[in-house]
Write a protein that binds this ligand. Structure first.
Ligand SMILES: O=P(O)(O)O[C@H]1O[C@H](CO)[C@@H](O)[C@H]1O
Ligand SMILES: O=c1cc[nH]c(=O)[nH]1
Length: 355
C-alpha cells in the first residue's frame, strides 16, 4: 500500500495485479477468501442489511451453489429478474410455491435465489451499493461460493446515444474523472482502483444480437453521488450554472473521456468487486440522451420494456455459461465459441420458495 500526497489531501492507494489479488481472495478450490482477518475470529457474523447471519442460517446449504450475483437499483426490477431468469434457465420450484424475498425482514434490500443465480436490489448511490457489496461478498465467503460473477443490471442517462440503447461499461470514472473509489477511512482518503473485467465486457458484447431492435454499445461510464447537480442537470431544486456550462461539461466528458453514460453505482461496484477478485460487469439501458434534456419523460410502459434489455443480455450470458459448464470463450471473430457440446442439466435445487 502506497501513501501519496495530493492537492485534495493525503490518500492511500492499493494497486495490485491480478495474480496478487487472486492469491489474497481465493482458497485453492476457488472459494471466496475475505481480505479481513477479523471475520474468521468472530463467533458469528450478522449480515444486518440482508437479515442473514453466519450462525442463525446455514449459509453453505442456502447459498453454496451460487455462481451469479445480479444486482440492480429497485426491488421490483430484481424480483422481475428473478422470475425471468427462472424461466430462461428452466428452473422449477415445487407446484403451489412461489419465490421468496429472503431478505424481506431487513426492510432494506430484496434478495431472491433461483438455483445458481442471486437477484438482489442495491438502492441508489455509492453508499447504498457499497453496504450491499460488503455483505454480499461476505455472504459468498460464508457460503463457500466458488468464483462467483457479479452483474449490475441498471438504468442510466446516455450522452449522445438514443434512449433505449444498452451500454456495457468498459471503464468507470467518478464525478472528478478519477478512476478510483475513494472512501474516508480513519480520517484518511483510501482509494481503490475501479476496474472492470475486460474479457467479460467482450463476452457480453459478443452476445448482443445484430437483429436486436436496439443498439448495444461499449463505453466509459461516469458515476456520481447525486442525480441532479452531480450529473449537471438544470432541473434540480438548485442550479448555479448555465445550460452552456452543462453542455460544455457533457461534451467534454464525451469527447475527452469517451463517457457514454452516467449512473450512480459503478465506481464502488467496480472497485469492491475488483478488490475481492470477483469478475464483474455493468450493463445499463439509457433512459434518455442528456444532450437533449434532463427530465426522464419516457412513458412508463416504454421504460419498463427498455429495462428488460440489460436483463436479456445477462440472461443470455448465464444461459450460455450454464449450458457450457462455464466454458465461454472467444472464437477470435467476435462471437462466443462453444467449447463443449454438453448441455447444462438442471438439477432440482433446494426450495427457496414458500406458499
Ligand atoms: O436504475 P438503477 O439501477 O437503480 O440505477 C440508476 O437509477 C438511479 C437514479 O435514478 C441511480 O441509482 C442510477 O444508478
Ligand atoms: O439520467 C439518469 C438516468 C438514470 N440514472 C441516472 O443516474 N441518471
Amino acid at each position: 500500500m502506497a501513501t501519496c500526497s495530493a492537492l485534495r489531501g493525503s490518500f492511500e492507494t492499493n494497486d495490485e495485479d491480478a495474480e496478487q489479488i487472486r492469491a489474497l481472495t481465493r482458497y485453492p478450490d476457488g472459494s471466496v477468501k475475505l481480505r479481513n482477518p477479523n471475520i474468521e475470529l468472530m463467533d458469528q457474523d450478522i449480515l444486518y442489511h440482508l437479515a442473514l447471519g453466519s450462525e442463525s442460517h446455514d449459509l453453505v446449504e442456502m447459498f453454496g451453489d451460487v455462481k451469479f450475483v445480479c444486482m440492480g437499483g429497485t426491488p421490483k426490477r430484481m424480483e422481475d429478474f428473478a422470475h425471468y431468469i427462472m424461466q430462461e434457465i428452466g428452473y422449477k420450484i415445487p407446484t403451489g410455491t412461489k419465490l421468496m424475498d429472503i431478505s424481506q425482514y431487513s426492510y432494506r434490500y430484496c434478495l431472491y435465489k433461483v438455483g445458481p443465480v442471486l437477484s438482489v436490489s442495491h438502492g441508489m448511490g455509492p453508499s447504498s451499493i457499497s453496504i450491499l457489496l460488503h455483505e454480499i461478498i461476505k455472504l459468498m465467503y460464508h457460503a463457500k461460493c466458488k468464483d462467483p460473477i457479479f452483474f449490475r443490471i441498471g438504468t442510466c442517462g446516455g450522452i449522445g446515444i438514443e434512449g433505449g440503447t444498452v451500454v456495457i461499461s468498459d471503464n468507470a470514472l467518478d464525478g472528478m474523472q478519477d478512476n478510483n473509489y475513494a472512501v474516508a477511512t480513519l480520517g484518511k482518503l483510501v482509494k481503490r482502483p475501479a476496474r472492470l473485467d475486460k474479457k467479460l465486457v467482450r463476452e457480453l458484447q459478443a452476445l448482443a444480437h445484430s437483429d436486436d431492435p436496439y443498439d448495444t454499445v461499449t463505453g466509459t461510464t461516469m458515476c456520481t453521488s447525486d442525480f441532479y447537480e452531480g450529473q449537471g442537470r438544470l432541473d434540480g431544486a438548485f442550479c448555479e450554472y448555465t445550460e452552456a456550462d452543462k453542455m460544455a461539461f457533457l461534451k467534454n466528458l464525451k469527447e475527452k473521456h469517451n463517457v457514454t453514460n452516467i449512473e450512480m453505482e459503478i465506481i464502488p461496484f467496480a472497485a469492491l468487486t475488483h478488490h475481492a477478485g470477483i469478475r464483474a460487469a455493468v450493463v445499463c439501458v439509457a433512459l434518455l440522451d442528456r444532450l437533449r434534456g434532463d427530465q426522464v419523460a419516457t412513458p412508463k410502459e416504454v421504460m419498463n420494456e427498455w429495462q428488460l434489455r440489460p436483463q436479456i443480455l445477462i440472461a443470455r450470458y448465464i444461459k450460455k455459461y450454464l449450458q457450457n459448464k462455464g466454458r465461454i470463450s472467444f472464437d477470435g471473430h467476435g462471437s462466443i465459441a462453444v467449447k463443449s457440446p454438453r448441455r447444462f442439466k438442471l438439477v432440482q435445487q433446494e426450495s427457496q420458495s414458500i406458499e
